[in-house]
Ligand binder design. Structure first.
Ligand SMILES: Cc1ncc(COP(=O)(O)O)c(C=O)c1O
Length: 500
């Protein structure tokens, strides 16, 4: 009997050991299968963990010195950990690189990460033979529906290497294809310089850049075919714009790069024949080179497709995967977090610069009215991407020279088809860049005022301190119901400014 019991135990023990071995090997196997992301993740996190004192960043594909990745510092910072401020350095407000959104992406590092193995979408085409991810197209349509800034129902969508490529694809697609009567490409001054530069550079027989729209805004001069580029809100002055030219021989391209709640109240969804958007101004990822066009007419769509196909054969699949992920994060909580952060950051910057400029007689910046925003569902004040600065003194006909005296540089007004007494100052760069620009502009204005305590002249101010700010509100501007509503918005904004 004892022999039988011991035999049973031996069988039981053997079975249990075999089963244990089976499950352990299964577990190890599955661990090994999942482990191919581990090294890449560890490498990425190690580089992300390098301290650059909040004034720079180390990147996986950045330089390596003594076997270690090094910090890439913000413009006016240096040293191995970017902790040294370089006092003589120039506050460069020239480029429109929207780095102001970087803090949002640092906070959302985990949810925005993508994994890209060597075998990811190696083919030239998607399975259906197309060059665009259907998932991404769907996400873009959803984005416009949630933000309410463009109609996409029944429209074609095409992707390009940034708005830059799509702008030229659109000019090509809308042109007459008739060298004996080339289409005239026009834009209202001040216009985004690339319209002229690109059209002239490609030097096509089918279309020629012909300058300011206003030159052709009457019957006599408006014979022939026109392609009008309309930028809304406008780069450089932030104004919401409409097409100027009308008629059967006029085609219009609506460049809506900045038609997002960061930069403007959204009065209504745009519903135009050809609209161009870009990721760069939406999420700040200028380097990803991604834009899209929303097109009503199938022939125009087909002509743009041919252009994209022959110039680059589509947008890299790596980019499309990344954009898909970024848009999903941007749309979390119906876009509340990213668009709130974007708007409040830009609104604060505009407020600070406006306050400074209101103390000056030598300089002025554009006036922008508060408007009702369908996304925010309230009246809100301006938050433009750029200040369009004017040097008011007659002798200051080159405004950039005046700015250079305090080590500031902006983009010369003549590039926008305007006078050099105008300069565009970029407000979209990183916090360090904006802070330095503001400080230098304050210096310039205080030199002008040449007094110890400078306050806006003939203006009544009240301090609306909230726990996070000491903003000054200009009561002279509170003239209408809209301004009063905007004041309420301002107080709420100050109280809910995200601290990233
Ligand atoms: C009005 C406007 N359109 C288009 C572009 C080009 O955008 P992307 O970075 O997508 O080429 C810019 C960039 O600054 C812009 O300001």
């Amino acid at each position: 009997m004892a022999k039988i019991t011991s035999f049973k135990y031996t069988i039981f023990l053997s079975c249990s050991s075999i089963l244990n071995l089976f499950f352990v090997s299964l577990y190890l196997h599955s661990r090994m299968e999942q482990s191919w992301t581990k090294n890449a993740a560890a490498e990425a996190e190690a580089v992300a963990g390098i301290s650059c004192s909040g004034h720079g960043r180390a990147f996986l594909d950045g330089s390596i010195v003594d076997g270690k990745h090094v910090c890439e510092c913000d413009a006016c910072y240096g040293g191995s950990d970017c902790s040294e401020f370089l006092p003589g350095c120039v506050a460069d407000a020239d480029s429109g690189d929207p780095m102001f959104l970087e803090p949002f992406w640092l906070k959302h590092a985990a949810s925005s990460v993508i994994v890209l193995p060597g075998w990811h979408r190696m083919s030239y085409e998607f399975n259906d033979g197309s060059l665009i991810s259907k998932e991404l197209e769907t996400q873009i349509r959803k984005l416009h529906a949630v933000i309410g800034n463009a109609v996409t129902d029944g429209r074609f969508i095409i992707f390009g290497a940034g708005a830059t490529q799509l702008l030229h694809a659109a000019v090509h697609a809308l042109s007459t294809n008739d060298p004996s009567s080339p289409s005239r490409v026009v834009a209202s001054t001040p216009y985004y310089p690339v319209y002229r530069e690109q059209t002239e550079f490609f030097n096509s027989e089918d279309y020629k850049f012909k300058g300011d729209t206003s030159l052709y805004n009457n019957e006599r001069d408006s014979q022939g075919n026109f392609i009008e580029l309309v930028t809304s809100p406008n780069n450089p002055d932030g104004q919401l714009k409409k097409a100027v030219l009308q008629g059967p021989s006029v085609r219009t391209i609506h460049d809506l790069a900045y038609y997002w709640p960061h930069y403007t109240p959204i009065p209504a969804p745009a519903d135009e024949d050809l609209m161009i958007f870009t990721l760069s101004k939406l999420t700040g990822h200028g380097g990803s080179r991604f834009g899209w066009a929303i097109i009503k007419d199938e022939t125009v769509y087909q002509r743009m497709l041919i252009y994209i196909s022959l110039s680059t054969y589509g947008v890299p699949r790596e980019t499309q995967l990344r954009v898909l992920k970024l848009l999903k994060v941007a749309l979390e909580r119906e876009g509340k977090e990213m668009f709130d952060f974007g708007y409040k950051t830009m609104r604060n910057r505009w407020r600070k610069l406006s306050e400074t400029m209101s103390m000056s007689k030598r300089f002025s910046i554009q006036e922008l009215e508060p408007k009702r925003c369908s996304f925010h569902k309230k009246v809100r004040g301006p938050s433009p991407a750029f200040a369009w600065l004017k040097c008011e003194r007659e002798e200051d006909n080159d405004c950039n020279v005046v700015l250079n005296s305090v080590n500031v540089t902006g983009r010369d007004g003549s590039l926008f088809g305007a006078e050099s007494r105008f300069v565009r100052l970029s407000l979209v760069k990183c916090e360090d860049d904006f802070d330095l620009l503001l400080k230098r502009m304050q210096m310039l204005v205080s030199e002008e005022n040449d007094s110890t305590k400078i306050m806006p002249q003939n203006k009544t101010t009240v301090n609306l301190s909230s726990p996070r700010s000491n903003a000054i509100y200009n009561w002279d501007h509170v003239t209408s119901k809209y301004h009063l509503e905007e004041l309420t918005t301002h107080i709420q904004d100050q109280a809910t400014m995200p601290a990233y």
